[in-house]
Design a protein around this ligand. Structure first.
Ligand SMILES: Cc1ncc(COP(=O)(O)O)c(C=O)c1O
Length: 413
């Protein structure tokens, strides 16, 4: 092969990623990812593993021993949980308020579960009473629900959901990928049995590793299905009598051994991603969970004020809007994809399109993680205003940025 056949060195253009995620990674996380690899059973590395568990217990506001990382993007943790807990024929209830509710259904059905769903219009949330009624009617083994669904930019209040589930002996599982640390999620206080997330939104990391937490109630169900692959099975280990979990990679039983003091070999750890996860949690906890969610709420108010001053209408139930992503209606007659392309090419700014019933109707503009900073909101509003003007939308010049600045000033008064 001649040197001419080799591609150029990677040199991605600088972008400001103001979509629904992923977003720009905090430089401190990128730095952590460039640290030298260690062997996964090197005592220094297992210390990092324990630190990761301790850090994410604080992120999840839980005392759950079983708080660790699943290698893969956010859905890897969702799939790990569902494939490990569900057996064919198990009943699952999914309240769907956007695309990611359907993802929960899709994975649960692949596990052989019988899924019942309740639905609400995209952009709206459920009254907890409606969820309680469905729990009573369906009597599921598991209730699976999203906190924030980026597809609709709204978040389901979860404060009562864990209690409802525990009253009816139902396991509660939450996908908080899109909302973790952008919104409060006190796992123990809200009595949630299991929660899975990803790094690529408010945690300011890259996609590729997925924190999960679950309580002893879940662990005891998993243990009834505990099998260990033959080549690493310790002498004297007796397999549990329950059905073997259908995935090796996503087998929570073996993963619990891998992450506990027994350190039973399983997969080769994604070392650099573990470093990233550790740094993401460390940064957020150093800032403070309350401060971090307030930063996202402040940005949300500024973004809404700016978009409205520009004459755009906000999509969905505003009271339950996710703080880290804002949906706004695309003005009538505008070529929405061309606007997004112009923003990218002229300003290096990415905003999100939408799918399902919202396709072509709304843009989704994120301000999360490392990007959730005042100057980025102002830059994004300014660029959108200019681009819309070039697309002959009548917008009053400077109004968006003025309104966003005024919103931020209210806070500092
Ligand atoms: C709420 C929610 N759940 C799950 C996912 C899937 O995550 P991933 O693409 O990292 O697997 C996303 C991604 O945007 C999400 O927003």
């Amino acid at each position: 092969m001649s040197s001419g056949d080799v591609f150029d060195e990677l040199n991605p253009s600088p972008r400001l990623m103001m979509g629904p995620g992923p977003v720009n990674v905090d430089p401190r996380v990128l730095k952590a990812m460039s640290m030298p690899l260690l062997g996964q059973f090197d005592p220094e590395f297992t210390t990092y593993m324990n630190e990761v568990m301790a850090l994410y217990r604080r992120v999840f506001q839980t005392r759950n021993q079983w708080t660790f990382l699943i290698d893969g993007t956010a859905r890897a943790a969702i799939e790990t949980f569902l494939v490990s807990i569900l057996e064919p024929g198990d009943k699952v209830l999914v309240p769907v308020f956007g695309r990611f509710g359907y993802l929960l259904i899709e994975i649960a059905e692949r596990c052989g579960a019988k899924v019942e769903l309740i639905e609400t219009e995209w952009g709206q949330i459920f009254d907890p009473q409606k969820i309680e009624d469905a729990v009573k009617r369906v009597k599921p083994k598991l209730l699976a629900i999203c906190q924030g669904d980026t597809s609709t930019t709204v978040a389901q209040p979860l404060k009562e959901i864990g209690s409802i589930c525990s009253r009816f002996d139902v396991i509660s599982f939450v996908d908080a990928t899109a909302s973790i640390v952008g919104m409060d999620l006190p796992v123990d206080e809200w009595k949630l049995d299991a929660v899975a997330v990803g790094l690529q939104k408010c945690l300011a990391g890259p996609p590729g590793i997925a924190p999960i937490t679950f309580n002893d109630r879940v662990a005891s169900i998993i243990n009834l299905r505990k099998h260990i692959e033959l080549g690493i099975r310790p002498k004297g280990f007796e397999s549990a009598t329950g059905r073997t979990i259908a995935s090796n990679y996503f087998d929570l039983g073996m993963l619990m051994d891998y992450w506990s003091e027994s350190r039973l070999n399983h997969h080769t750890e994604a070392t650099s991603m573990l470093y990233a996860a550790r740094e993401c949690a460390r940064i957020v906890l150093k800032e403070g969970l309350k401060e971090c969610s307030e930063r996202h709420a402040d940005a949300s108010r500024a973004m809404v004020a700016g978009l409205e001053a520009m004459g755009l209408s906000i999509f969905g139930d505003k009271k339950h809007k996710m703080p880290n992503v804002t949906g706004c209606y695309i003005p009538e007659g505008v070529n929405s994809e061309q606007v997004r392309m112009d923003l990218l090419q002229d300003f290096g700014i990415e905003i999100g399109t939408s799918f399902g019933p919202l396709h072509g109707k709304i843009w989704r503009i994120g301000a999360m993680g490392y990007n959730c900073q005042k100057h980025n909101i102002l830059i994004c509003l300014n660029a959108l205003e200019t681009t819309l003007r070039q697309h002959r939308v009548s917008v009053s010049s400077g109004a968006a940025v003025d309104a966003a600045i005024a919103e931020y000033r209210k806070k500092s008064r």
